[in-house]
Design a binder for this molecule. Structure first.
Ligand code: AAT
Length: 283
């Protein structure tokens, strides 16, 4: 039996048995590894950290995309930063009302390898005529993007180490604010409250975003293969409040079948445990 093992904290490890190591490559940006096992199907890691697997990817991709559309059903122009596996783009493209999706992934190899090994997330994305796929640094892209252009930015990024670091900076969030229009919403991968290192990242992101956007919230989801299984997204916006402006009727009219997200869960996801609230408020 072969085991993929990830260090979740100094004193805690998580392992998945795999039948086959499918592919391994050191790209210009990071170490990329694909495996196949029975429990989670095909999965890939970047620099030894779990990114996507066939079994629980629906949880992450439902939760990064649908809450914003249920809050503002008129979203038309979407910017995805990162998200090289294609899962976030796949969910956004399900909305026929979306006119344009710019996806900026730093590492083309992640996308090409997912097309080969992980079609569940990557297939069909490049072929959609609404997609503008770019392979460059997300921070560099937003610096040069026009003012008030996008309705929604989805930051589907790795943790704030190595290439992902720039996507957790004040400079990046300021540029996001500038390129969003007056109804703009920013959703970002917000780390996890449980293990100390991830909680530190969570607090830092929170404080920076709160200093820039008038409306800021954090919501949670349960994903078995990320450290502790308890993960967060940030919801920051200029006018829309994800609770008060939730438009369940409009969202249901889209008629999308989802495996994780629904509009009752939307409300619950913003209700955070006390220890998390405390860490976010006093971080
Ligand atoms: N859909 C869930 C998968 C990911 S992968 C995140 C992607 O962000 C990777 O493909 C990585 O290459 C890309 N990325 C990292 N930094 C940048 C950058 N500066 N500009 C553009 N793209 C970038 C998210 C997994 C979350 C894991 C949480 N533990």
């Amino acid at each position: 039996m072969n085991w993929y093992t990830e260090q979740w904290s100094k004193d805690c490890k998580f392992s998945i048995a795999y039948d086959k190591a499918l592919y391994s490559e050191k790209s210009a940006f990071q170490q990329i590894d694909f495996y196949r096992g029975e429990e989670f199907g095909t999965f890939f890691t970047l620099d030894g950290l779990m990114m996507v697997n066939e079994k629980d990817e629906f949880i992450y991709h439902d939760m990064i995309v649908h809450p914003a559309f249920a809050t503002n059903p008129s979203i038309k122009k979407v910017l995805i930063i990162g998200g090289g596996d294609g899962g976030t783009a796949r969910e956004v493209l399900r909305y026929s009302t979306v006119a344009e999706v710019v996806m900026v992934e730093i590492d083309e190899r992640v996308f090409r390898l997912c097309q080969e090994f992980l079609p569940i997330t990557a297939s069909g994305v490049e072929e959609d005529s609404r997609m503008n796929l770019r392979f460059e640094d997300g921070l560099a892209y937003v610096k040069n993007a026009p003012d008030a252009y996008f309705d929604l930015i989805l930051v589907d990024s790795t943790d704030p180490i190595s290439v992902g670091e720039g996507l957790f900076t004040t400079a990046f969030y300021q540029e996001c604010y500038r390129v969003l229009n007056k109804d703009g919403i920013l959703i970002n991968q917000h780390e996890s409250p449980y293990f100390a290192e991830y909680a530190t990242n969570m607090r830092k992101a929170r404080n920076k975003i709160k200093a820039i956007f008038p409306i800021t919230n954090v919501y949670q989801y349960h994903i078995p293969t990320y450290p502790s299984g308890h993960w967060l997204f940030g919801f920051a916006s200029k006018t829309f409040d994800p609770m008060k402006d939730l438009n369940a009727e409009a969202w249901k009219k889209f008629g999308l079948e989802t495996k994780y997200y629904n509009t009752e869960l939307h409300v619950g996801a913003f209700g955070l445990p006390n220890y998390v609230k405390k860490e976010l408020e006093h971080g």
